[in-house]
Design a protein around this ligand. Structure first.
Ligand SMILES: [Zn+2]
Length: 137
């Protein structure tokens, strides 16, 4: 159950064109409805307005939880997680066939925290490719 109204959820989904704004998975082949995610968690004072919301698959939502930062695995330094409202996905990530690769410390921290290359995710991307849903853009 999303803690935001249905109209807002519809707007967030439409803005994201049905894709998770972190891993870019399309909802079309998923059994579950994606979630409206609070980028800045409500527990940290984040609002339920569009500028703080992202369309998010259950796996990314579960892994992100109420985090807003995480260690860069290369340096150990804590850095902010990717924010789909204020950052451009392609500036922090790119595709290497079915794998997400990081370009930046923020990209590396987000990739690791959200487990963006879990074997199940790679299988989903292969399936998406068969339906012309992968790669995303
Ligand atoms: Zn996702």
């Amino acid at each position: 159950m999303n803690p935001v109204g249905n109209e807002i959820a519809v707007a967030v989904e439409a803005r994201a064109q049905g894709r998770c704004e972190y891993c870019r998975m399309h909802q079309a082949l998923q059994g579950a409805t994606f979630h409206v995610e609070h980028i800045q968690p409500r527990s940290r004072g984040g609002s339920s307005e569009l500028h703080n919301l992202a369309w998010c698959c259950p796996s990314c939502n579960l892994h992100k939880s109420d985090r807003v930062e995480a260690p860069d695995p290369d340096t150990g330094r804590t850095v902010p997680l990717f924010n789909p409202r204020t950052q451009n996905w392609r500036e922090h990530f790119y595709w290497d066939r079915f794998r997400v690769m990081a370009r930046t410390p923020m990209g590396r921290a987000t990739l690791q925290t959200l487990d963006l290359n879990h074997p199940r995710r790679l299988l989903v991307r292969r399936a998406e490719a068969r339906f012309s849903l992968f790669p995303p853009e």
